[in-house]
Design a protein around this ligand. Sequence first.
Ligand code: UD1
Ligand code: UDP
Length: 363
Amino acid sequence: MRVLTVIGNRPQFVKAGAVSTRLREVHEEVLVHTGQHYDDELSTVFVGELGIPAPEVQLELGSGSNTEQTARMLAALGPLLDEQRPDVVLVYGDTNSTLAGGLAGAQAGIPVTHVEAGMRSFDRRMPEELNRVLTDHLSSLLLAPSTSAVENLRREAATGAVELVGDVMVDVALLVQPRARRDDAPLRAAGVDAGEYVVATAHRAGNVDEPRRLEELVELLLAVPDTVVLPLHPRTRARLEAAGLLDRLAAGVRLLPPVGYLAFTALLTRARAVLTDSGGVQKEAYLAGVPCVTLRDTTEWVETVRHGWNMLVDLDREAALAALGRTPPVQRPALYGEGDAGTRVVEALTRHPFLRAARSASP
Ligand code: UD1
Ligand code: UDP
């Protein structure tokens, strides 16, 4: 069977890290990088670190508004699918690259498999929520990371086959975190000691694109009494520069360029707490047993909140400071699988009836 996988963003490199190598043991894969992320530190660094095969196709489509970027991807993916003729299109998560891959596949009559299906923030102002809902409803196979995701898909009467496989990011985190805990170099480079700093990330459009919200974010980060280490996403850097806030933030927060997965995991596992608006980082903090404070008022990873390890504070400074001061609970059950989601994705692809049909039809 021939699988064409579409990736394009930092978290999708991590997700492909759990699947691509295993997939290639049993099937043929064509990995397509849309080029939505193009800086080395958001893309190629992960290929080397996580043993992901180098993408066979680089579309180099770059940045743009959500609509423009998605349209450019669709225009490139249509002819590519005609040329490659895969049996299935595989997409991950909720970015513009996810929707473009899914829609191009469905329009070409190729079954689409969505990994990380069923996640919902129920906030349609987020481009990611639109991408998730649309991708789920055009996919034939919906591979969900949690029971709440399965319930969401059932409630929406999604027409694809739904399977609970766990979260592929967990596979990678469980593999890398023990090693990262012993790696002091990223802490030395940031000038911090284990347990004595907070690691932060922020890049959600809803937090950084509007100057008033961006300023609230800056004031919140500056109010944290601990040393804050913030590897700065390029979107956020650009918005801070445009708003004239970069120097103010740099005066009180340790700013780094985006770092690779191994360095970030070292910083995360030894932090006293995490402050983030990232989806992936909320889960990774939970797995590392580091309390998380999420700079949003919704999350798709609701179980981390229910189990007391994650608090949603939006950009409320006082709420964030209070949340940073709390003691985490003792229990930390496996919420998103045991680290075998990659294997289960490949098994589901191999077992699924539409794919068996594709295999028996191929010469
Ligand atoms: C995208 C995803 C988001 C995901 C994030 C992962 C969508 C709608 N958003 O957000 O869900 O959480 O990736 O990090 O798909 N830029 C660079 N270099 C790069 C890439 C981007 O400088 O390699 C800058 C450009 O100024 C660009 C901006 O960052 O305009 C935003 O990039 P974009 O890919 O549109 O969205 P992200 O904020 O990265
Ligand atoms: N990450 C990284 N370096 C950084 C910040 C994050 O490697 O400087 C990793 C992080 O460990 C997680 C992923 O990037 O695996 C999350 O990506 P991001 O926050 O960009 O996107 P989201 O998960 O919000 O879609």
